[in-house]
Design a protein around this ligand. Sequence first.
Ligand code: NAD
Length: 333
Amino acid sequence: MSLIRSRTSPVRRAVVTGGAGFLGSHLCEALLREGVEVLALDNFLTGNPENIEHLLSDPGFRFLRCDVTDYLHVSGPVDLVLHFASPASPVDYLKFPVETLNVGSIGTWHALGLAREKQARFLLASTSEVYGDPQVHPQPESYWGHVNPVGPRGVYDEAKRYAEAMTTAYRTARGVDTAIVRIFNTFGPRMRPDDGRAIPTFIRQALAGEPVTVTGNGQQTRSVCYVDDLVRGILALAMSGHPGPVNVGNPHELTVAQIAQDVVKACGSDSGIRYIDRPVDDPQVRRPDTTLARQVLGWEPEVHWEDGLARTVAWFRETLDVPEPATELTAAL
Ligand code: NAD
């Protein structure tokens, strides 16, 4: 099914900020598959040139290395601006707190300015972290959140909350056609093994035969979405004309301990679990209410956790050059 047909004006050219990141690179790929020309912008703060290397030979793809907090100038027409530039894992935004605030504020302002100049639709990659450590479960879009602005995670949560407010102001006061997607934890190929997020960390540890480090007692929950499902939801929103915010994520909720056990099994590893301290302000529960995405986008996740995990482990195995575990037959040979 084409994702590009529901909008009245066709999308011919899109700009993706953060295009060399985990989600940005998958988005670029999906847009190119739909016949959309893509200009990806990235400063490689947390992204990786290897994520887009395979796209450089595509005549529809261009890459520009730049920091979107400095300035944002693009020549030629643009129909869609997807603003994905931002450190996204706790390890990254704790390492780059000021850069995170700047890209959420100044970077968003520049990206909105570009959309305004080009009369393009604008889509902000927001996050479930705007809900903070939630007191409502699952989280609907109408929930305002429970965020500590001066805690260590505040730099990310508040940057995204500001970005949502700025996006809304550009819609109401500047007439820009905007959309906000609130992305819940997503996993898949091209996550960095050292980005500190639970799934890549567990996979790296399990493949190395090291203990898998679960924080706290592991009973905190996460609802994880496979990247292909997420990208489909984001493009459906981009092409819909709906302003959002719309939650896009998989409501299948798992404890972190369960995620760790499943990862160890999927890696064919005999790693044990080591419990370590819980980070400050770590949310206790996380699960999207996806009613709105179902109603307005007809979107639902399709990839089961076990299938997405198997695909992700296969990618990490190849990237980290870890051979398949010996089966009983090969081990006996
Ligand atoms: P990522 O770190 O892999 O990608 C972010 C990209 O933005 C990187 O390539 C980085 O180099 C680039 N970048 C950062 N600052 C920049 C700047 N000033 N100028 C140009 N480029 C810059 O992270 P990701 O997981 O792909 O996340 C992408 C977006 O999605 C982020 O905005 C994040 O907040 C949002 N998001 C992701 C998740 C998730 O589960 N992955 C969940 C919620 C929201």
